[in-house]
Ligand binder design. Sequence first.
Ligand SMILES: *[C@@H]1O[C@H](CO)[C@@H](O)[C@H](O)[C@H]1NC(C)=O
Ligand SMILES: *[C@@H]1O[C@H](CO)[C@@H](O)[C@H](O)[C@H]1NC(C)=O
Length: 986
Amino acid sequence: MSGKKPIFLLIHFLIRFLFQHADSKFHDQEQAVLLRLKQHWQNPLSLEHWTPSNTSHCTWPEVVCTNNYITQLILDNKNISGTIPPFLSHLKNLTFLNFYNNNIVGKIPVALYNLSKLEILDLSQNCVVGTIPDGIDRLARLSCLKLHANNLSGDIPAAIGRIPELRTLYLNDNLFNGTFPPEIGNLSKLEQLYMARNGFLPSKLPSNFTQLKKLKMLWIAGANLIGEIPQMIGEMVALEHLNLSENELTGNIPGSLFMLMNLRLLYLYINKLSGEIPQVVEALNLTFVDLSQNNLTGTIPVDFGKLDKLSGLNLFFNQLSGEIPESIGRLPALKFFSVFSNNLSGSIPPDLGRYSALETFEVASNRLTGNLPEYLCHGGSLRGVVAFDNKLGGELPKSLENCSRLRTVRILNNAFFGNIPVGLWTASNLQQLMISDNSFTGELPNEVSTSLLRLEMSNNRFSGSITIEGDSWRNLVVFNASNNLFTGAIPQELTTLRNLTVLLLDKNQLNGELPSDIMSWKSLNILNLSQNQLSGQIPEKFGFLPGLVTLDLSDNQFSGKIPPQLGSLRLPFLNLSSNHLMGQIPTEYENVAYATSFLNNPGLCTRRSSLYLKVCNSRPQKPSKTSTQFLALILSSLIAAFLFASLFAFITIRVHRKINHILDPEWKFIHFHMLNFTESDIFSGLKERNLIGSGGSGQVYRVAANGFGSVAVKRISNHRNSDQKLEKEFLAEIEILGTLRHLNIVKLLCCISNDNSKLLVYEYMENHSLDQWLHSEKKAKGSSASMNHVALDWSKRLQIAVGAAQGLCYLHHDCSPPIVHRDVKSSNILLDSHFNAKIADFGLARMLVKQGELATVSAVAGSLGYMAPGKAANYGDEDTCLAKWAWRHMQEEKPIVDVLDEEIKEPCCVDEMGVVFKLGVFCTSILPSERPNMKEILQILLGRNPRWVCGRKNMRHAEHASTPLLNSSKSERLAESDGSLASCNG
Ligand SMILES: *[C@@H]1O[C@H](CO)[C@@H](O)[C@H](O)[C@H]1NC(C)=O
Ligand SMILES: *[C@@H]1O[C@H](CO)[C@@H](O)[C@H](O)[C@H]1NC(C)=O
């Protein structure tokens, strides 16, 4: 026995050796593929541990082997940049390939289809371009295909319908611009189908899709669907989530939809659906129904009252009529209820809020009557009551007291009466209390919520004095108490609110003198105290309110002189009419623009007869001066007459010194900042030698201005008489811009205009505009600017990009309403002495010059401005658009390093430059929806989002065009719909 054993063992080892040898040959080959992959991607840090060694690659965390063959390659979130190389297909035994969330660029290689054992393929959240190549059905075992959040385009091939095992198919958030095949309806095992947010050619929802009996998730929002929802949709019995929102669907909502017992989410918002909502509802598992922003008519189904799991019901912006079923008020899970902007009538279900933790209640703009439900805040979760524009009445419910999460109460324009419950004033999170246009009575409370930002209570019957004690009012921004019965004086305390921008106390019975010491109205823009019985002098301190734009003190008993300091404000709107003011009006207002500002003050006078005021008879003053003034007056009217008669001539003659000290009444002045210089300083500076630039829209002069060093004056001439509407728009725009205050927006100091010519006076920027720095070589060789060209190194360029982005971000996201620049380009980005970027010229010139004359505005203007640093790149062909060229460069998968300007290329920053380059390319996508928004851009530029890959990241999913009044229902529905995007559990 013992003699045979060694031989047996020997044979055993020999056999094992031979097999192992074959095995290890394969094994080495597979490792070589991995190492080649690593090299192909330029050795990403995340794969540092992939090194040739004796230990098997099967131990690497990204690799899973079965019998020593690689079967899974899990490379999600690895910061891999580059293409998928065809040699990847040498890993023949792969069943699971995951590239989720990297920087994969280029096309899907056809060689990938050689991986015939592949069951899961995940390329999502990358920058893959091109089409899905033909022959995808060669991946016959595929059960999960995730291609979402890339830049794929073209058609979705019909072959996709011939992958019989497919359970999960994610194609959403790409640039598909062709068609999708009805053959998808043949995928009998399909459970999840996501095709949302693509630019498909307008297509119907194929009736084939209703054969998908296993489909749980159907998500084709924002995909250009037209036509009707197939009646047979009720046959998709497994359906749990249906999202067809943001399409152009027409026709009725099929009744069978509300019979689907598994249906939980139903989103059909923003379509053109019409007719009635099906009245029979058996889909008792529904948790969220959103049919908002359609053309639905008829009544809200009583059966909705059976939906015990319903947490959200959005029906706003439709034409629904009739009453809100009472049973809805008793739904135990209801949190979000939005039915505003319909024709609903009758009373609101009295139990609403009693049996559920109601968070939003939005019933505004209907014809509802009766009271607000007594128990609205019973659950303590209520965040908003939005019920304006109805016929509601009665007193406010007591449950609104001590409603600690309440932020917004907007019940304007109803017939409410009685007092505001004490506890509502002080609700700890209350930010907006808007109760105007009702019949409320009572007095202002001593204390309000310190969160309160906006108090609008005009057109009620509040009375008593305006008492503001303690500092609970300190955060107030808007206070509108017009047209009430308030009495007493305006208290000093009111002038201590440092955030106040709007104060309207007109049409009350206030009396006494104004507080002479205004403590901190630094931010006040609008002050209206008209139609009271206020008396005494206008306080001098008014002249020192830097932000004041509108001042209305008309219809009071003010007396004495107008403080001359008020003149320096040059308020765009001023009304001091119907008082007892005396003396000469400030010279700055001696202008027809203020013709109605001083009416009905018998004691006021002016030196100019053109105003509707008597001419000052200033004999007691200096008689010698009178004659010169009189002379000047005649002279000026003569000039005016002359100019009027020869308008055309006037335009061609340079604005001249002759109008140095007496300005033609046709000139209007609008000032936005405290200025020490005068118009004549500006006019006298418009000389040839001060010219610093000229272009299609006008000339720019550098003018020395008292107190400001220099200012830049942009002169825009429109050579035809601009029509009235254009003129008005221009002035309206000017007023908005004059009030903008941001570090990265050039200050518009004032505007001087008449019918033919506009002078925009800006702060002067030492370093001129960005384009002069970027393109100076081409323009003027040898000029000082070109010498400085190199001085604009990468860090400065990035700083400029960040600054410009901050300015635009402010305009887009922080301004209300948002402001769109329309013409961002490097010549409109100015640089101060420290190279801080300031955005200038808000398309004002473009508004003026008529469309046909826009010849000089480059076709690639617009969003190219974001790309300033991207212009670090060399130019491609002289004539092709830079954005197109850059896009093509990326599509051709050429390394970004190649395009960086050698002069500024610094080894440290090549990655950073690459990110900005890509950002620039995405910012100039042809489809606006593909472009990141300014907030995202800023985050990326600030390096706070280095993992940014494409224009389409998950965060963009959070956007939704509809804006419920409280912005909450939206987050609710998105939370639910994104939950299912997580994994491939087919
Ligand atoms: C891997 O592929 C090879 C050749 O294609 C095959 O012989 C082997 O059985 C496969 N191994 C596994 C575990 O599937
Ligand atoms: C779809 O997009 C691609 C890539 O942007 C483009 O080349 C193609 O012409 C587009 N096709 C259609 C039908 O618009």
